[in-house]
Design a protein around this ligand. Structure first.
Ligand SMILES: [Zn+2]
Length: 141
């Protein structure tokens, strides 16, 4: 379970239709219903850090800046997921076919995201997760 305090957050997750309800449920478990800004982009953190999707990166950071100003958010919760089409495009289908390699790719992308967040929004904290096809999550915090 997360150490959620009653702060507003941005939730960064993937556009994959299979995970929208799971992501909502995960946020509800954290007490975040109506307390988060949703930013949904192919790959979650992969869409924000992978060179393949370079054109998307600035859009995310500008939206985050706006959410900090408008909604007073204190953290970014990132929920990537397994069997992600954007991960396949960015890193190759063979990397995603192996569960261990897939985990490494997501961990690496999530940590890159956290490091960039420290530079761009030093006051915000990050929570990093990888969601499985049944909606269960592992944490990299
Ligand atoms: Zn995806």
């Amino acid at each position: 379970m997360s150490t959620f305090k009653n702060y507003k957050a941005m939730v960064l997750s993937c556009i994959d239709p299979r995970f929208q309800n799971f992501v909502n449920k995960e946020n509800a478990k954290k007490g975040l219903t109506n307390k988060y800004s949703a930013f949904t982009i192919g790959g979650g953190s992969i869409g924000v850090v992978a060179p393949t999707f370079k054109k998307w990166h600035q859009t995310f950071w500008e939206n985050l800046d706006m959410s900090v100003q408008l909604h007073d958010i204190k953290k970014v919760i990132v929920i990537n997921h397994r069997d992600c089409g954007a991960a396949k495009i960015a890193y190759g289908a063979e990397k995603i076919a192996n569960r261990e390699t897939e985990t490494k790719i997501h961990r690496s992308s999530l940590i890159q995201f956290k490091n960039q967040l420290k530079v761009k929004q030093p006051k915000l904290v990050a929570e990093l997760y990888l969601m499985d096809l049944d909606g269960s999550v592992i944490s990299f915090n």
